[in-house]
Design a protein around this ligand. Structure first.
Ligand code: NDP
Length: 287
């Protein structure tokens, strides 16, 4: 029997509805409106779409948003200057610089320039360090979205075999750390992993983030597996697919995320969550 769908659209809508209530309450009780600044450099079409989605989510939730669009040939110095002024802007709780940046700009330098208190993307080394040692702080949005999907679907992770395929700094590695913190037994695979299917077949929970369609097919999973597909790939036909052979794997899985409509909407919901958390600190609701 086909596994049930883990509906990221519905779960993200729930999270956003909860956040909208919190925002309204905060405005009423503390007169604080959460503020997010999004910085877009250049004309990358995918980045423009993501920035548009973030602005739309802010508007839905009553979060103040500010978009800064800079030309692709902007100097690193100028971008760092903008980040510096946003750091000291009292209306702004979160700063997000949309990645990737043009080659002449050092991404790490820009990420490190964002003050950790406003690092709602969770990429600053301070946020990463806090995540690794389990201290409160901003968690990166896509991995946090993966964890929230598992939590709200009622997947118990304690003692489970969790396999993550992909080890990037923005998805694979942080997901692995978060699964470990929930007491799963975690294995991380990558392009040099030998016998990938031998490892993936052990998984009770399988998270795939490779950016390659069909990285995981039905013969590579065991019956009853829970599958979270982070991948987003546009085929030549124009169709959007994940990294997992959805139709085949769904036949064996107990639950699986679709692409689109799985992890994607969760990323934005978690960005909104982080922004509201930052504003709560400003309002003195969180310490
Ligand atoms: P990266 O390209 O940075 O990392 C891909 C990882 O997958 C690498 O660790 C690589 O291994 C590994 N890998 C690649 N091919 C294979 C293979 N055949 N077998 C095993 N491992 C493999 O990608 P990201 O982590 O940034 O993104 C992954 C996917 O998630 C992409 O499709 C991206 O679009 C999507 N994504 C979706 C988001 C969302 O909001 N839904 C947000 C962020 C990303 P190695 O390290 O050895 O090279």
């Amino acid at each position: 029997m086909a596994g049930r769908l883990i509906d990221g659209k519905e779960i993200s809508a729930q999270i956003k509805a909860e956040l909208a209530q919190e925002v309204a309450k905060m405005q009423k009780e503390s007169d604080v409106t959460p503020g997010l600044a999004v910085v877009l450099v250049g004309e990358d079409p995918a980045s423009k779409v993501y920035v548009g989605q973030k602005e739309k989510a802010c508007a839905e939730l009553g979060i103040f948003s500010q978009k800064h669009t800079l030309p692709a040939d902007v100097s690193e110095e100028e971008l760092l200057g903008l980040v510096g002024s946003l750091n000291s802007d009292p209306q702004i709780d979160g700063i997000l610089v949309q990645l990737p940046l043009p080659k002449h700009i050092d991404e790490n330098k820009v990420i490190e320039a964002i003050m950790p208190e406003k690092d709602v993307d969770g990429f600053h080394p301070v946020s990463v360090g806090k995540m690794v040692i389990g201290l409160p702080g901003f968690r990166p949005c896509t991995p946090a979205g993966v964890m929230e999907l598992l939590k709200r679907t009622g997947v118990d992770l304690v003692g489970k075999e969790a396999v993550v395929v992909g080890r990037s700094n923005i998805v694979g590695k942080p997901v692995a750390i978060m699964l470990l913190q929930q007491s799963a037994t975690v294995t991380v695979c990558h392009s040099k992993t030998k016998n990938l299917s031998e490892v993936t077949r052990r998984a009770d929970v399988l998270v795939v983030a490779t950016g390659k369609p069909n990285t995981v097919t039905a013969d590579m999973v065991k019956d009853g597996v829970v599958v979270i597909d982070v991948g987003v790939n546009r085929l030549d036909s124009g169709k959007l697919v994940g990294d997992v052979d959805f139709d085949g794997v769904r036949e064996k899985a107990s639950a699986i995320t679709p692409v689109p409509g799985g992890v994607g909407p969760m990323t934005i919901a978690m960005l909104m969550y982080n922004t509201v958390q930052a504003a709560k600190k400003r309002a003195g609701i969180l310490i």
